[in-house]
Design a protein. Structure first.
Length: 371
């Protein structure tokens, strides 16, 4: 879940490490090579929305893309004033062809409200004749948890109002979400609004200190929500014994009656820079949007696939358009290679939002290797 651009997350996972300081942590090995999932094409040369696009020193991240009556809108975040520092806030970019993007409006869609310092990872859907944005609110006081999930509403997708600052927060009574929840991913399934989210607790077995998984709440009206429950934990494909910390940043899309869930795969490397990072994007499928998720073999994209995102791949955002499955994601070069970006005034291809594409999958579980 942590981003290099979000220093408060570093504080958060240090807190998890303190909780399990007596345990033997990862041996410091880098992530092992990952196989590729079939059928994906990745633009490795540069992001489609590089740093500095449309706004001076903009470090675009956390994409959420939706179709609109006039074309498409991408909701994305950047630090507002000082790069990598709060407040980090959501903006809206628009496009008619899914290739060129411009800010509309040129100002943030929301401002922080108590108890938050930043509003990040917007996930936007239309439900019950309104636009809904679920977001990660970064708390000004990160103890005992650094973040929570909030909700905003809009009639036009441009003018937003936070109606529920806190929809969901960490709960010590649930071990799997005892430390934090965040990074919501909203999707409409039939007459229900589902919100998947990242959850972190302390690991009980072998592997990194973090135990990261995907949870779910849902709603019939967009105002009241079910009790949260865990829907996807890390599988043998990404074992804790090899330093994988679990899953983060879920985003879902309905295709032919099945629910396709995309999420990042986190890895912990003691002594690394950073120690915690998101190294791949994976996919799981729920047949009929009712059955348990089955993970597809291989990574959609990993840090070894996209040259400009060799440091981290972040925040998937799926959309079906033009007969393809499109998947935007954030990313950046390794930390040690960010110097040219800084010297250019935080403008250039070392940081931004990229795109992966795939032909539309057949209805039902794919034969591409689903477990």
């Amino acid at each position: 879940m942590k981003r290099r651009t979000k220093r408060i997350w570093t504080i958060g996972f240090a807190g998890v490490a303190v909780l399990v300081a007596a345990r033997i942590l990862s041996r410091g090995a880098p992530p092992p090579p990952l196989s590729r999932a079939d059928g994906w094409a990745i633009g490795a040369a540069a992001p489609v929305l590089p740093a500095g696009t449309g706004r001076s020193r903009a470090l675009w991240n956390d994409p959420s893309v939706v179709a609109t009556p006039d074309g498409y809108a991408m909701y994305a975040t950047t630090s507002l004033n000082e790069p990598f520092q709060p407040p980090i806030l959501p903006f809206r970019l628009v496009s008619r062809d899914l290739k060129s993007w411009r800010l509309d409006p040129g100002t943030p869609l929301l401002q922080p409200v108590a108890p938050y310092a930043s509003i990040e990872t917007p996930s936007v859907v239309r439900f019950r004749e309104r636009w809904h944005m679920f977001f990660t609110g970064i708390l000004t006081k990160p103890d005992p948890s650094p973040m929570a999930i909030g909700h905003a509403i809009s009639d036009d997708g441009v003018h937003w109002r936070i109606d529920r600052p806190v929809v969901l927060h960490a709960a010590q009574e649930d071990a799997w979400r005892s430390y934090l929840v965040g990074e919501p991913g909203a999707v409409v399934v039939g007459d229900r609004l589902r919100v998947y989210f990242s959850a972190v607790g302390a690991r009980a077995g072998e592997g990194p200190p973090q135990d990261q998984s995907i949870g779910l709440i849902d709603s019939a009206d967009g105002a009241s929500f079910s009790a949260p429950h865990r829907v996807l934990a890390q599988t043998a494909q990404f074992p804790g014994a090899k330093g994988f910390a679990g899953y983060s940043a879920p985003a879902a899309v309905m295709i032919g009656g099945d629910l396709h869930l995309f999420y990042t795969v986190a890895h912990f490397q003691r002594g690394g820079d950073p120690e915690w990072r998101q190294v791949a994007i994976a996919e799981a499928v729920s047949a009929g949007a009712k059955k348990p998720f089955r993970e597809v073999q291989g990574a959609v994209v990993s840090i070894s696939d996209a040259g400009w995102a060799g440091g981290e791949v972040i925040g998937p955002a799926p959309l079906v358009a033009d007969g393809k499955l499109l998947l935007w994601f954030g990313g950046h070069v390794p930390v040690k290679e960010l110097g040219p970006l800084v010297r250019r005034g935080f403008q250039g291809p070392e940081f931004g939002i990229g795109l992966a594409t795939r032909a539309m999958p057949a209805q039902g579980l794919s034969k591409r290797g689903a477990q």
